[in-house]
Structures are given as structure tokens and as C-alpha cells.
Design a protein around this ligand. Structure first.
Ligand code: UD1
Length: 448
């Protein structure tokens, strides 16, 4: 019956609600705020729950749009997804009847591709959209596909979809990546948990969210270990069982609040914050002169005695964990507008992650973009409120940070990008004394 369904019939995401943030800047943040569960871990454990027909339960799941999209995508496959209370999801994948992940899901969220490994290894086939449609070249998924092929899958690419089959069980293998990939590592790991035999993944991504996924897989009965910092080994099992898991806290949200406090000259305590996971970011902010104190699961930032524009210029380079996270590069750039001198930024991971600096310029930042990977920022500048447009998640949060630091009022369009990955960001900033409002964007009436 499932085979009779046309491709685009099942999954109809609701239209995105267009919203703006209005921010009145220039007020130091002050108080305490709790850090939410990590987006990049929550999405993976939800996908991993399809490795078993038994019920899995997740707590500390952030209430964000990407989680909602993942839950909706799972539900359209026939997975039972319950959301009994905020932060809690229960997933039972006993009756998957539709092995098709459509373009509508993939276009909204790249992490939908995390369903490739688990569905293929447990159910033997899946048709899954190329995330980002046909824009091959930017954020491709070739590493995921090659990893599945190494495990014995047959995969063809036609008209924007990957048609993947496992003739019998996948088989354990050496999966060697030509470069480190977070989701590539995770997809290979999920596929290998039910494969026949031993798998070695090298180099495996070292991000804390990968280890959080390992903890959940072990609770499901999987035999998976990180045997070296860059090596993960798995012995495939025939079945996995249902399990419970608490998602680890979000290091990217943590870093975002560190910078927000610094650039507003504020004093904030972050609770449930994973100081140990901040890696190269902590080093960068320390070099720039941001006073940060780490506790067991708290981070305190006190920039109230640092004069405006008194941070030190630094050179930064993004890198896989434990280096400076590319997701924290945009917030770090906001800090560098408040450093006295020239800072240089080298974005090594993605080629479109510096484009947003053009919007930051509209708020008065002095930015020179040398090429797709290099920029310099001259400071200190007195940022001023402006009308700006958010192009993606991390850049969006960073424009809010700039607006909080700026004199005057900013209107920030494209708020939905931020809701994809930050839980209640406006509410959390408001709790810290920021003047931030969220409103529906007025759309000009269409012509008759
Ligand atoms: C994940 C994170 C994202 C973070 C990124 C890097 C999730 C949901 N997203 O994304 O927030 O910014 O890690 O830390 O966890 N690449 C290929 N072919 C592939 C896969 C990746 O060429 O098949 C390239 C990418 O274009 C990029 C590099 O490898 O240049 C690293 O990307 P990767 O680690 O795979 O990022 P994601 O897992 O997509």
C-alpha cells in the first residue's frame, strides 16, 4: 500500500511563519539563565531511535523548530512520536511503513539525512532526498554515501533522491573518511550498530554530540566505543532495545550567551552549561580578554568592568572539535567588532559562513571580506541599530548579539532561522534585561 503513495503526498510542512525581532540595544545583560539541550545531539538521538521497534524516551530535548521538523518527519514514516511535556519526547518505531524521506523535510533541515544510516541498516532500504536539493558542491553528502557503500549498501542517485538498498544485512568494514565529518561519522556509526561484524571509523569526529550519541547507543545495547580520540569501533548486533537518554547541554548556545554578555558589558551566570565542551572557543575569548569563570556545570561571565571596545584583537581559525567551532565563528566576530585593533578570521569548514558579515556591516562594523574563507574586522566600533536580514541560524543569533550591543533600535527579519536552533532565545535575553520583542512580519499585500 505504501508503494502507491506518490512522492510528495505524505509530508506537507506548515508554511514558515515570518517573524521579526525588534531589539533596543545598549543595555548590559545581567542575571542567570539555563542552557538548553543541544540541537546537534537531540536530532541524532531521535534519528537513532529508529534503530529499534521498542520505545525510546528522551529528556532535555530543546523546544526548537528543527526538533519539531525531525519529529514530523519521523511521524510521516509511521513512527509514533509523543511529546508528553516540554523537553520530553518518546519515540516508538515499531511500525515504519513508508521508507521515504521527502524533499520537503530535507529542504528544511539537513539533519533529515541522519535517517539514511538507521533506516537502511534496520529495514534494508530507504529513498531519501539530497538535503539542499541539487546544490551539490556546497555541504554535499558524498561522505555519508561512501560510508554506506563501504558497509555494503547499494546507492543510486536519481532526480535529487538517493535510492539506498542493503542486500541482506550491512557488513562491518573499515570506514575511512578523507576529511572529518560530524554527521558522516554519526550516520556510519548508526548503520554499523546493526551490521554484521566489526566496523572501524577513522577519522571519527570528536564533537561531544557524537559521544552523547554513543552513550545513547550503548544504552540501546549497541557495542560501540571510542577506542582512540579519532577512532570509533563497533561490533554489530542483531537487535537493539528501547532506552532512555538525557540530551547533553548545548555548547553553541552557551558560547552565544558568553558573547552576548561580553559585548553588552554585562554580568551573567549560565546554568547547566558545558564548560568542558567549549574547546577552542574558550581559548579565543580568553585571548580577547573576556572574563569567564568555569564551574562544574556553570559558566560566569563578568564584563561589567571591561570598558566599551576594550577587548583585545585576535586571530581565529575554525576547526573540528576541540578547535573553535564553526558555529561559534559568527558570534565571535561580533565580539571582535569590540576589540581595539584588527582581528583576522579564517573560516576553514564552510565556504558561505562569512557572507553574513555584510549584514553586520550595516550596523557599523568595519569588515573586509578577502575571500570565502578569510575576513578581517577592525575595531572597536560603536555599533548602531539597523534593519538587517537573517540568512541562516548562527548568523541570525549573531545579529541579535550585535543589536543588543548597538546604540538604538534594530529590526531583524528572518527570525524563523533562529527558532530552528535556539530555544526561546528572545525570552532568555528578556530575562537578562534585554529589550527584545518578536512580532509577525508584515507582508505587503499581494497584487490582484
Ligand atoms: C555538523 C553540525 C553543524 C556544524 C558542523 C561542523 C549537525 C546537525 N550539524 O554539520 O552545526 O557546523 O557539523 O561542526 O550536527 N562535507 C563533505 N561531504 C560530506 C559531508 C561533509 O564534503 O558528505 C564537508 C562539508 O561541506 C564541510 C565539512 O565536510 O566542509 C565538515 O562538515 P560536517 O562535519 O559533515 O558538518 P555537518 O555534519 O553537516
Amino acid at each position: 500500500m505504501a508503494e502507491d503513495r506518490p512522492f510528495h503526498w505524505e509530508y506537507r510542512p506548515e508554511p514558515v511563519v515570518k517573524e521579526i525581532f525588534r531589539v533596543e540595544g545598549g543595555r548590559p545583560l545581567s542575571g542567570t539563565v539555563s542552557i538548553s539541550g543541544a540541537k546537534n545531539a537531540a536530532l541524532k538521538v531521535l534519528a537513532a531511535a529508529t534503530l529499534t521497534g521498542e520505545r525510546c524516551r528522551f529528556t532535555n530535548v530543546p523546544e526548537i523548530e528543527d526538533v519539531r521538523v525531525m519529529a514530523e518527519t519521523l511521524a510521516h514514516l509511521g513512527v509514533v512520536v509523543d511529546h508528553p511535556e516540554p523537553g520530553v519526547y518518546e519515540v516508538a518505531a515499531g511500525d515504519i511503513d513508508w521508507l521515504f524521506v521527502p524533499l520537503e523535510a530535507a529542504a528544511r533541515m539537513r539533519a533529515s539525512f541522519m535517517l539514511l544510516g538507521p533506516l537502511l541498516t534496520r529495514l534494508g532500504r530507504v529513498i531519501i532526498s539530497n538535503p539542499g536539493g541539487d546544490r551539490i558542491g556546497r555541504r554535499p553528502v558524498d561522505l555519508h554515501v561512501e560510508a554506506m557503500r563501504a558497509l555494503g549498501a547499494e546507492i543510486e542517485y536519481r532526480y535529487g533522491y538517493y535510492y539506498a538498498k542493503a542486500p541482506g544485512r550491512l557488513r562491518g568494514a573499515e570506514v575511512s573518511f578523507p576529511q572529518v565529518s560530524v554527521m558522516g561519522t554519526e550516520n556510519a556509526m548508526l548503520a554499523a550498530t546493526l551490521a554484521d561484524g566489526h566496523t572501524v571509523i577513522r577519522p571519527a569526529a570528536r564533537e561531544p554530540e557524537v559521544d552523547d550519541l554513543i552513550v545513547f547507543l550503548q544504552a540501546m545495547g549497541a557495542d560501540v566505543q571510542r577506542t582512540d580520540p579519532d577512532t570509533i569501533e563497533i561490533d554489530g548486533k542483531r537487535r537493539l532495545r528501547g532506552a532512555e537518554h538525557r540530551v547533553l547541554p548545548d555548547r553553541i548556545e552557551t558560547g552565544t550567551f558568553v558573547i552576548a554578555t561580553a559585548v553588552t558589558g554585562g554580568r551573567v551566570r549560565l546554568e547547566g552549561a558545558p564548560c568542558d565542551h567549549l574547546g577552542g572557543f574558550l581559548d579565543a575569548v580568553a585571548r580577547a580578554g573576556v572574563p569567564v569563570a568555569c564551574g562544574k556545570d556553570t559558566v560566569e561571565i563578568d564584563a561589567s568592568n571591561v570598558g566599551p571596545g576594550a577587548f583585545r584583537p585576535i586571530d581565529v581559525e575554525t576547526a573540528p572539535y576541540p578547535g573553535l567551532a564553526t558555529d561559534l565563528q559568527p558570534p565571535t566576530c561580533v565580539l571582535l567588532t569590540q576589540a581595539a585593533g584588527t582581528s583576522r578570521v579564517h573560516e576553514t569548514i564552510f565556504e558561505d559562513r562569512l557572507e553574513w558579515l555584510a549584514e553586520l556591516r550595516r550596523m557599523g562594523a568595519i569588515v573586509t571580506i578577502a575571500d570565502d574563507h578569510h575576513a578581517s574586522i577592525d575595531g572597536p566600533t560603536r555599533l548602531r541599530g539597523a534593519e538587517v536580514e537573517i540568512g541562516d541560524l548562527r548568523a541570525g543569533a549573531s545579529l541579535i548579539l550585535a543589536a543588543l550591543a548597538a546604540q538604538g533600535t534594530s529590526t531583524i527579519r528572518g527570525a524563523h532561522h533562529v527558532h530552528r536552533g535556539y530555544e526561546n532565545i528572545d525570552g532568555k535575553f528578556a530575562e537578562l534585561g534585554a529589550r527584545i520583542e518578536r512580532r509577525a512580519e508584515e507582508v505587503p499585500p499581494s497584487r490582484p
